[in-house]
Design a protein around this ligand. Structure first.
Ligand SMILES: Cc1cc2nc3c(=O)[nH]c(=O)nc-3n(C[C@H](O)[C@H](O)[C@H](O)COP(=O)(O)OP(=O)(O)OC[C@H]3O[C@@H](n4cnc5c(N)ncnc54)[C@H](O)[C@@H]3O)c2cc1C
Length: 440
């Protein structure tokens, strides 16, 4: 079996995994970055702009994606998955599988001729299944690497892509390939999932097309989004009145998500500001329990939003129905108005969904999840990047809800801890000589 030997294996190519890889590679360590999707970038590459600076998200993310792809000390393995990992002395042996793209990467130029020739149209997963894409496609315009990937489940094997390919790189015969990565340290950066799938059934998101998730609003606001502007997906109408429902999936024991997801207040305020820019006549109301603006400059960001005319209403939304015009009708308790319960009609309701662990690393990495399901950190205050396994470190939202700033800071810290661990094994390579206690 093919074998790769490196200093560090980073699992997950979102902003956290990319930053940890770059920080290790810049110090001269050899890194393999494994990403299960066909492109790196994680959730961040799908966002529109970022709080608190309102910088264009692609403008920040794509240079990092490119730096990872071109770094001489990083081997980037996209569309790969770690199947198993075992301890090997003071390091680890990981079994990694390369999923078939049905495209010969070495030859593909990302010209998209295959995509244009493909007759099968599918919902676009990059736009959360709104908008359309093809069975064979480059995943999105700024994908890294720019290789096409063919979705065999939906392919009718018509061969039009193969005929259109100018470099003859479509290969329908590819099979999964497994190989071994021997590494000294592992950084887990497997990220988060949103609580969309847990959203309260009382909010009617499954039936009402005009109740959307904040993640989809990111795509509506992005210049590369499915429609290029903010419209209601139900009927294409430009919304005059938009409601944000905070804590729609966090701080809710009935959903099993009792923690605060930390980013939702800030991203709702950010999106409200962006909508105010693109639809200046629209009324925007944010229904909240508390506004939590915890980071540097975040409170000022909130105060600025108030001066822009965005309405903040303290009230818990109990349910959302729809009227005969497909308008969401919110039943809400207005806390600051004697807790009276009223019904308010808007054109579009946006659920500020929270964060869930994306992936349980227990089965493969033997790293336990904490009570919240995210990777457990036994000594949060003293060692915020160390897991219970010596040599396995954690970065970004795989450790718990956090924003981009904190994900980047934590990744730098995980990279520093991993580097210290790698150096430690060079000084004292025998595992017997190492203390059993990671924190000793
Ligand atoms: C609607 C919304 C808006 C937001 N807006 C902002 C904002 O404006 N500013 C801000 O600071 N933060 C914002 N955030 C938060 C921000 O998205 C996160 O902080 C950031 O994306 C976390 O990055 P990450 O690398 O930890 O995780 P992710 O982006 O989830 O990346 C994890 C990567 O790991 C990969 N992966 C998972 N499991 C495996 C596996 N087993 N093997 C290989 N790869 C794997 C995934 O495919 C993914 O690419 C927002 C969040 C949401 C939901």
């Amino acid at each position: 079996m093919r074998k790769i030997q490196v200093d560090a294996l980073v699992v997950g190519g979102g902003i956290a995994g990319m930053q940890a890889s770059l920080d290790l590679a810049d110090q001269g360590y050899q890194v393999v970055l494994v990403e299960k999707e066909p492109s790196i970038g994680g959730k961040m590459i799908a966002l529109s702009k970022v709080f608190p600076t309102l910088d264009c998200c692609s403008c920040i993310t794509t240079p990092k994606m490119s730096a990872v792809a071109h770094h001489p000390n990083i081997q980037l393995l996209t569309y790969h998955e770690v199947q198993a990992i075992s301890r090997n002395g003071s390091g680890f042996t990981a079994e990694v599988t390369k999923k078939p793209r049905y495209v010969i990467e070495a030859d593909c130029t990302g010209c998209r001729q295959c995509e244009y020739a493909c007759p099968i149209t599918l919902p676009n997963p990059f736009d959360l299944d709104y908008g359309a894409t093809k069975t064979v496609r480059v995943p999105f315009s700024t994908a890294v690497p720019q290789y096409a990937v063919l979705d065999m489940e939906n392919c009718i094997l018509c061969g039009k892509c193969a005929k259109a390919c100018p470099v003859d790189c479509i290969d329908f015969t590819q099979e999964p390939e497994t190989f071994v990565v021997e590494t000294t340290a592992v950084v887990l950066a497997t990220g988060f999932d949103t609580t969309s799938r847990l959203a309260k059934k009382e909010y009617g998101a499954a039936e009402n097309h005009n109740v959307i998730s904040a993640m989809f609003m990111e795509r509506l606001l992005a210049p590369t989004g499915p429609y290029g502007r903010v419209i209601r997906p139900g009927d294409g109408k430009e919304p005059d009145s938009i409601a944000y429902i905070q804590c729609a999936g966090s701080r809710d024991a009935t959903l099993g998500v009792e923690y605060c997801s930390r980013v939702c207040c800030m991203y709702a305020i950010k999106q409200a500001m962006l909508i105010a820019g693109s639809l200046p006549l629209a009324d925007i109301t944010i229904y909240y329990m508390d506004i939590r603006t915890f980071g540097k400059g975040y409170e000022q960001f909130y105060q600025n939003a108030k001066t822009m005319g965005i309405q903040f209403v303290k009230g818990k939304v109990a349910s959302i129905k729809q009227d005969e015009n497909q308008n969401p009708v919110l039943r809400v308790e207005l806390i600051d108005e004697g807790s009276q319960v009223v019904e308010r009609t808007h054109d579009l309701a946006v659920l500020s969904v929270g964060m869930l662990p994306h992936y349980n690393p227990e089965a493969i990495f033997k790293v336990s999840p904490g009570d919240d399901g995210f990777v457990d950190i036994p000594h949060t205050n003293s060692y915020p990047c160390l897991t219970e396994q010596a040599g396995i470190f954690v970065a970004g939202t795989s450790a718990g809800p956090m924003d981009i700033v904190d994900s980047i800071v934590m990744s730098g810290s995980a990279a520093a801890e991993a580097a210290a661990y790698i150096e430690g094994t060079r000084v004292s390579p025998s595992p017997e000589e190492k203390s059993e206690d990671v924190y000793a």
